[in-house]
Design a protein around this ligand. Structure first.
Ligand code: SF4
Length: 281
């Protein structure tokens, strides 16, 4: 798996951004440079990230995706989907076609079910309306769309409401991932990191809502010991079972409380940045 940050620029300023834009300075980008970087990366899925990749322009992304396909690799296009709302019909169709041809999917950061909460998290005025329209357009154009809902101090009590919102307004998504906030970048420190135990009841309820509505879902960065009957939705368990090497092994570490745990073989432990804040689970 290979993660490439195309650039840092973005049309949001999310409180949890793990790769925030630096102030000042214009960024240049080149298709050639990106391709060179991708070719040198480990094999497997290519994750195109930013900043906001759609700001590269739909045509540039289409060309990049065609090149990724030529390398025989699959692609994930990470986006906040705001720009998808404004793409011309043909542009959108070509972009979706190129991603599909590369066996890929859009991974849309969708942090809230209301405009007010969306704004509180992303600082993008009108972002909620555009994001909703953008995702609905992508689905309508036949794209595979994964939603990533970053779970933070700001939104964890509304997880069940978000699941209900997705079931009602985002029919046709391929799957939904609840991803606990990474305590790096803008979110470094404790302010936005809730305790796993506080998140648990809300997350379990949200996962029940997803199950009732037949929404496929998964959970990242919250250990299985905090997922109750949904423990198997933890994405690390699959990676550990299959012996996949990757960032989950570097970002997480078992702690004293893990001793004797029934999931120990299939769980790498909590995130190190979580432990740095709470010194325990
Ligand atoms: S190994 Fe640790 S973090 Fe993982 S499930 Fe067990 S107790 Fe929880």
């Amino acid at each position: 798996m290979a993660l490439i940050h195309l650039f840092r620029k973005c049309n949001q300023r999310c409180v949890f951004c793990s790769y925030p834009a630096e102030e000042g300075g214009e960024e240049s980008f080149s298709l050639k440079g990106w391709l060179k970087e991708i070719t040198a990366m480990p094999p497997g899925l290519v994750q195109l990230s930013g900043g906001e990749p759609l700001l590269a322009g739909a045509e540039n992304l289409r060309l990049l995706l065609a090149a990724v396909k030529k390398l025989g690799r699959r692609a994930e296009l990470q986006t906040n989907a705001l720009a998808a709302a404004g793409l011309a019909g043909e542009e959108l169709k070509r972009l979706v076609g190129a991603l599909k041809a590369a066996g890929g999917y859009f991974n849309v950061n969708f942090p809230a079910a209301t405009p007010a909460l969306d704004y509180k998290i992303t600082r993008a005025r009108g972002g909620f309306r555009k994001r909703l329209a953008g995702v609905q357009r992508l689905i309508k154009a036949g794209a595979a769309v994964r939603l990533t809902h970053v779970v933070s101090e700001v939104n964890y009590r509304r997880l069940p409401a978000f699941a209900a919102f997705a079931a009602k307004n985002l029919k046709g998504i391929a799957w939904l991932q609840f991803s606990y906030i990474k305590g790096i970048g803008r979110a470094e420190g404790s302010r936005y990191l809730p305790r796993y135990a506080a998140v648990r009841p809300y997350l379990e309820k949200a996962l029940s809502v997803c199950r009732e509505n037949k929404i496929r879902c998964e959970v990242d960065h919250i250990p299985p010991c905090f997922l109750g009957e949904f423990y198997a939705l933890n994405v690390d368990m699959v990676k550990m079972r299959e012996g996949v090497k990757g960032p989950h092994l570097e970002e997480k570490k078992k702690v004293a409380a893990c001793r004797g745990c029934r999931y120990a073989k299939l769980c790498p432990g909590p995130r190190k940045d979580y432990f740095a804040v709470y010194r325990s689970l």
